[in-house]
Design a protein around this ligand. Structure first.
Ligand code: SF4
Length: 232
């Protein structure tokens, strides 16, 4: 047991081996490594959420990148998705610096917390429905520890659907929502939880940014909307 519920949660996440396929993959990747990172001591374990425990904005991604956060041990750190995400968080005032290279680089988040629906790197970035369901209690526990959480930004369809399932399980009354970049769903003030807004965005993956499907301007709009909702 740690001294705080956050330490307990982090220990539970980092020590989890509930999904055999993902445990095998994350450890295989950490052992084999990518040539460019052969001198790195890969993290190779589940990745806990990162950010401000007093967060009002919750950013939910898919899963650790095999050579990104599975290497560095911090959410969205060390790959192109993270480069894109932290740059926009910096521009919109949530991050202390625009880059995220390793977990001791001094980066801090203010009023924001970054997490994911799955904590272990999945082969092909594709977790199964069962793996997502198995990992959901960790996201639920993070939410329970963030009394100021108001706005959720879900990055990509899988994260969006995972958030919908979790919110449904928590008793939020949700209409049938389909993923669409820029979707903004306000929750009724009578909702059982503290969250008030759900926003959907394309995932900042290299595939989306290099093809122009997701531009910096589009991401800026998402996080500027989140900012304006927090300040309303
Ligand atoms: S994905 Fe989640 S539930 Fe599955 S092994 Fe990793 S931390 Fe545990």
């Amino acid at each position: 047991m740690g001294d705080t519920p956050w330490q307990d949660l982090t220990a539970d996440i980092v020590g989890c081996r509930a999904c055999p396929r993902l445990v095998a993959w994350r450890e295989q990747v950490a052992c084999e490594k990518r040539r460019a990172y052969r001198n790195w001591d890969y993290w190779g374990r589940p990745v806990p959420g990162f950010g401000d425990p007093a967060a009002r904005l919750l950013v939910v991604g898919l899963a650790p990148g095999a050579h990104g956060s599975n290497r560095t041990g911090r959410m969205f750190t060390g790959d192109s998705s993270g480069d894109t995400l932290y740059a926009v968080l910096y521009r919109t005032g949530f991050a202390s610096q625009p880059t995220s290279q390793h977990r001791d680089d001094g980066l801090t988040l203010t009023a924001a917390f970054i997490t994911a629906v799955v904590r272990c790197a999945p082969p092909g970035n594709r977790p199964t429905a069962e793996e997502i369901a198995t990992c959901q209690p960790f996201l639920s526990r993070e939410l329970a520890l963030m009394p100021h959480g108001r706005v959720v930004v879900a990055l990509g369809q899988v994260a969006f659907d995972g958030c919908l399932r979790l919110l449904h399980n928590l008793g939020y009354d949700l209409p049938r929502l389909k993923f669409k970049h820029g979707l903004h769903h306000p929750f009724a003030s009578s909702s059982p939880g503290r969250l008030r807004h759900l926003i959907a965005s394309y995932h900042p993956s290299r595939q989306n940014t290099q093809t122009g499907r997701l531009t910096s301007a589009m991401l800026d709009e998402i996080f500027a909307l989140a900012r304006s909702l927090l300040e309303a």
